[in-house]
Design a protein. Structure first.
Length: 153
């Protein structure tokens, strides 16, 4: 587990479907897949941390502008589940996009580490995912985990 304060100030965070990358002032890039912040890499020597963050942010924002259906799905997913629970909900949706009740049962029903959402919210998320999949097929893009939504600077 990486200690955030050991790497200086936070330059910015880019949130992907189920993970986040945080650019730090000392040039370190941290990654959180829902299990805490871990060292991911360092900024290339010819870039400053701010330039690297801006480049990643611009590249991924352009991808979302090209696929607004994907942007809508990611925004809804992030609104429904926190960083440590997104993977569970996203995996269930990708495996059962036509079965909102099954997704709800798998990711939201029961005890322990579950997403707190009702079946209607899950049905909306599944519909957004299906729309993003149709757009992906139409435009030839992929819904890889690195498809992102850029959040607060």
């Amino acid at each position: 587990m990486a200690k955030l304060s050991a790497h200086g100030a936070i330059i910015g965070t880019v949130e992907y479907v189920t993970r986040a990358k945080r650019y730090m002032s000392d040039g370190v890039i941290l990654k959180n897949d829902g299990m805490g912040w871990k060292l991911y890499g360092k900024v290339k020597s010819h870039l400053t941390p701010a330039e690297a963050y801006q480049h990643a942010r611009d590249k991924l924002a352009a991808r979302l502008a090209a696929l607004p259906e994907l942007a809508a799905y990611i925004a809804e997913l992030h609104a429904m589940a926190g960083q440590c629970k997104r993977w569970k909900l996203h995996t269930a949706v990708t495996m059962m996009p036509d079965d909102a009740d099954g997704v709800w049962s798998e990711a939201c029903d029961g005890y322990g580490d579950n997403v707190h959402a009702d079946v209607g919210d899950v049905a909306k998320l599944c519909a957004l995912y299906r729309a993003a999949e149709r757009a992906r097929v139409l435009y030839g893009a992929t819904l890889a985990p690195d498809a992102s939504r850029v959040i607060g600077d």
